[in-house]
Design a protein around this ligand. Sequence first.
Ligand code: ADP
Length: 357
Amino acid sequence: MKELLGSILPNLTHELKTPLHSILTLVQLLLTEADGPLTEEQKKQLGMVLRNSEHLLELISELLQYSSLESRTRALVIEEFEPETLFDAVCEAIQPLAEKNQVILERDYKQLPKQFVSDRTLIRQIVHNLLSNAVKFTPPSGVVYLFAETTAEGGLILEVVDSGIGIPPEVQKRIFEEFYQAESGESRRFGGVGLGLSLVRAASQALSGSVELRSEAGQGSLFRVLLPSLEEQLKRPKLLVIESDPVLRLTFGELFTANKLDCKIVENRAEALEALASWHPALILLDLPTVKGEADYSLLKEFRSQVASKELPIILISPLDSPKERAQGFQFGASDYLVKPFDNAELLARVRSSLRL
Ligand code: ADP
């Protein structure tokens, strides 16, 4: 499962989403009756196709989000934002579900900082998933609370507390696993695919935080998330890595994150050019593609033609170790050249030296 989520699934994004989008668009078009009137039965059946396709799309999006967090291919977007505004927006988004289930949704913020530095999309996801579960698993006239407060170190404590069905100890052990649902009958009744809490855990970890659970069957649940301020990361140098090998992607992700570099790892030319234009890296690490043993310098050349400044360092990683290949690499715009298999310490030293750190 890990292998599927980490390496195969991201490659299928397009293949899975494109046909589904076509199905959705066509069904929506048919339902407008622009091509002639539909019978009530046809409308009912098309409505079912639409809802199922939307559900499938949601599932694929959740899977992709989860796999990109797990495989560390999603770079964090660290910025300053108002936590209170963010939490209010999530509560308002959940409010209709709370009303539908006749659950009261309360919020209580204690000395929240005006500004907080972290990845706001991931925090929104964490709060959204915890609140929607709490509302989902609390019977009518129950209460769900969102508590938020600041820690002494400037981090955030978030608590989602419900008075719902609770979670027995044996289930608590497995609850953050992907696709885990406590009990199939119950789960089917409540909807969901068992990815919500896996995403909460993966997102909390990606934000250098943690999540813990306290619950008793029949007594409700408390999920507590601790999130540090990532202010220091705002100043981290950005590194764009183009790597198609899943094992090396993981290695790079761990190596650079552990060494306080903000790295984004992409697999192909389109993603690389998009990241170059919108993310503005301070350094590029390009694993030189080879076709039948021959080096393919086209992406390197394209980078150089796209970047007006020749200042942007590009480190080329290549399996080819001959003076001729090295010369070509430099000629086409590389600023450094490293031969595979390389040593992590040497790579890190070269990255630091290129960034003048
Ligand atoms: P799903 O998307 O199916 O809700 P989750 O990963 O969010 O998946 O949750 C996994 C399982 O954990 C749920 O199916 C449910 O059995 C249990 N669970 C999650 N949150 C709560 C809660 N607040 N109260 C009781 N059970 C919960």
